[in-house]
Design a protein around this ligand. Structure first.
Ligand SMILES: NC(=O)c1ccc[n+]([C@@H]2O[C@H](COP(=O)([O-])OP(=O)(O)OC[C@H]3O[C@@H](n4cnc5c(N)ncnc54)[C@H](O)[C@@H]3O)[C@@H](O)[C@H]2O)c1
Length: 282
């Protein structure tokens, strides 16, 4: 896609971090923006911020774990702006710990948001884009965690590996059946956002008594994540990478060297039949 002015972008997880930065970058290109997020107040603040920058922007409170909510989001975007040209399935959460200690609610929450949120986006946004018969682009946010598998973050890695595989299959299906719809998968490294505070938007149904595990492993990984994202790149850098990928019809949007080395080492292990090497990105 080369022409952005007057076109419409829908972004889930749009109230914060990478989602908000994509909203600002698309708005600067003259696009109409639909921000969707589970957190109503930050969403309203984000919408106001974009409107003050001159954007046509609305906010739709949406829980991407719910198929009906994502369908209602797509319907609202079309009702407001008449079309969806760019859809970013970006909402995501993180929790960590030992895989045998984490609760079923931990598994369900992370998979419901990170994986099912993308599935719902595919099922609700793609039919709109296909029916429009014009150039469109979907962006699924995975992570460099989709190409690696570190300890204490297994649920998150699993969710992001699934998003990557889903996106790779979808890439081929779109190329065969709907070539006017392009696809990218965004794989950020550590980015300075609110992801280490993801518990702030864990819905009650995943946080009943006993469902939120407290453990040394979790404390360790949450502290380490907070430190790593605090020293990470700004989310606006991701937004610029996404814009460039949309312009260039580039599928993989990958991070910089350290994470790529970890990902390549994992592939070497697989190619050479070795057991997994522990190689955190440094
Ligand atoms: N920050 C990083 O280091 C990093 C690295 C790789 C991938 N990512 C991915 O980037 C994406 C954006 O995260 P971020 O880093 O900007 O974090 P963030 O916490 O700043 O933003 C995530 C947004 O998603 C929203 N959200 C959470 N649950 C939701 C739900 N059920 N429905 C709708 N919205 C929901 C949050 O309220 C928040 O506004 C996520 O998919 C994350 O996994 C982040």
């Amino acid at each position: 896609m080369q022409d952005f002015p007057g076109k419409t972008a829908v972004i889930t997880g749009g109230a914060s971090g990478i989602g908000l930065a994509m909203g600002e970058a698309f708005a600067a290109e003259g696009m109409n923006i639909v921000l969707a997020d589970i957190e109503a107040q930050p969403l309203q603040q984000a919408v106001t911020r974009l409107q003050q920058q001159g954007a046509n922007c609305i906010g739709v409170v949406t829980d991407v774990a719910e198929a009906e909510a994502v369908q209602a989001l797509a319907d609202r975007a079309v009702a407001q702006f008449g079309a969806i040209h760019v859809a970013c399935n970006n909402a995501g959460v993180f929790t960590g710990g030992l895989l045998w200690e984490e609760s079923l609610a931990d598994y369900r929450w992370v998979l419901d948001v990170n994986l099912w949120g993308v599935i719902h986006g595919i099922r609700s946004f793609l039919p709109v884009m296909q029916a429009q018969n014009c150039e469109c682009h979907m962006v699924n946010t995975a992570s460099m965690a989709a190409l690696t598998a570190m300890p204490y973050s297994g649920i998150y890695h699993m969710s992001k590996h699934a998003v990557l595989a889903l996106s790779e299959s979808l890439y081929h299906e779109l190329a065969f059946h709907s070539p006017q719809v392009k696809l990218s998968v965004l794989c950020p490294e550590a980015i300075n956002t609110g992801i280490a505070r993801a518990e702030r938007n864990r819905p009650r149904r995943y946080s009943d008594a006993g469902d939120v595990v407290s453990s040394d492993a979790r404390d360790l990984v949450m502290e380490s994540l907070a430190a790593s994202v605090a020293g990470g790149l700004g989310p606006e850098i991701m937004a610029q990478r996404v814009l460039q990928a949309i312009r260039n019809e580039q599928f993989y949007i990958l991070s910089e060297e350290a994470w790529r080395e970890s990902a390549n080492l994992r592939l070497d292990d697989i190619r050479e039949g070795r057991n997994p090497t522990f190689a955190p990105p440094l």
